[in-house]
Ligand binder design. Structure first.
Ligand SMILES: Cc1ncc(COP(=O)(O)O)c(C=O)c1O
Length: 376
């Protein structure tokens, strides 16, 4: 037996692809759970404060098939999603969260130098995934606030022979609003490439682009159970693809199935409990509107219209970062988008939580804004 090569140095990082080093990393919200300020209010990741449906909880409690691989074709999950969406299972591919489906989409489409058109400010993961493939993100910024309108003509004008994908987040994260459906359709109708619409928050908006798939062969719709179904921790997302693309989608989908058997059980049970989930959505939407009204009553504070389970909120400061850090120091966690290019550095994003969490957030925000004003 050869002895271990003690002292031999191998630079294992030398093989790392340059695209990995160059990629803009998505910085998730950080929580210091050891904070001395007592119970933390976590309103930074657009999660459901109410968790999954009772059937999903029961399915997880009863789950004991941990020693078996999940069905590699995810047939049961895809059938349940087909029932839920009204789209044939043959056009649905699932993944470990929508992040995973997005990653597979980039593996499917993007070679080094290829382009993906997005409209900032939008979901930060898009840029990272495109960069990881050596692709280039082409930003066609949203229009001025408060409308943050999608510029369909500018998006179409930005498409080149290298454009593989136009990615539209609707309702958009982090602005929270829905785009004018006519603009989205204009992009789909005019684009000579695939257009993916990320509908992570569609259930809160009560609207979907899905029916347009019958008319446009270049439309793909991306969804998740993380938000409306309260299953963020289980990681279940899915894409609905044009029929012609499905054989290639299967080629890039990992052979052993990315959705765990436990996640499948929870997701399938959730989709059998849609009436319960609709009740949760109604409650969150009503609480969101109450929170928006309470925020609008604070001097200089302006929540933007939202069709999601979160609000983008303009504060009466040039840079909201110190206020967001102050809130975190008091156990209330919300999101800040510091990159000045996004044009929302004076805003915070807050998820819709429970009424008790909203009360704590509002009180902490009032105090933090008072301190910010005193320090100015
Ligand atoms: C717009 C958007 N797309 C995709 C995702 C990822 O969702 P998942 O938890 O399914 O990976 C998120 C999560 O915040 C999101 O906001």
């Amino acid at each position: 037996m050869t002895a271990p090569a003690v002292g031999r140095t191998v630079d294992v990082t030398a093989g790392v692809r340059p695209a990995v080093r160059a990629m803009p990393t998505y910085v998730p919200a950080k929580i210091d759970h050891a904070s001395p300020t007592g119970r933390q209010v976590k309103l930074d990741m657009n999660e459901s404060p109410y968790g999954p449906s009772p059937r999903a909880r029961a399915a997880l409690a009863a789950f004991d098939a941990t020693n078996r691989y999940p069905d590699f074709a995810a047939s049961e999950l895809r059938e349940a999603l087909a029932c839920y969406t009204g789209v044939p299972a043959e056009r649905i591919a699932a993944g470990a969260g929508l992040d995973d489906v997005l990653n597979n989409l980039m593996v499917l489409l993007v070679d080094p130098g290829d382009e993906v058109v997005i409209s900032e400010p939008t979901f930060g993961v898009y840029r990272s995934l495109v960069a990881l493939r050596g692709g280039r993100t082409v930003d066609v910024p949203l229009g001025p606030r408060p409308d943050f309108a999608l510029d369909a003509e500018a998006i179409l004008a930005a498409i080149t022979p290298r454009t593989k994908l136009v990615l539209i987040c609707d309702p958009n994260n982090p602005t929270g609003h829905r785009f004018d459906p006519a603009s989205v359709e204009r992009v789909i109708a005019g684009a000579p490439c695939l257009v993916a619409v990320d509908e992570a928050y569609a259930e809160f908006a009560g609207a979907t682009i899905l029916p347009l798939m019958a008319r446009y062969p270049n439309l793909c719709v991306l969804r998740t159970l993380s938000k409306f179904a309260g299953l963020a921790g289980m990681r279940v997302g899915y894409g609905i693809f044009p029929e012609a693309l499905m054989p290639d989608v299967w080629r890039v989908t990992p052979a052993f199935c990315n959705v765990s058997a436990a996640s499948t059980a929870a997701a399938v049970a959730s989709l059998e409990d849609v009436a319960f989930l609709r009740g949760v959505i109604d409650r969150l939407n009503a609480d969101r509107d109450r929170l928006a009204a309470d925020l609008a009553a604070l001097p200089g504070v302006e929540p933007f219209p939202s069709a999601t389970n979160f609000l983008l909120v303009r504060l009466p400061v040039r840079d909201a970062r110190p206020v967001v850090l102050d809130l975190a120091a008091h156990g209330v966690h919300v999101r800040h988008f510091a990159n000045p290019a996004l044009g929302i550095a004076d805003c915070l994003r807050v998820s819709v939580g429970t009424p008790e969490e909203h009360a704590r957030f509002l009180a902490a925000l009032r105090d933090a804004l008072g301190r910010a004003e005193a320090a100015a």
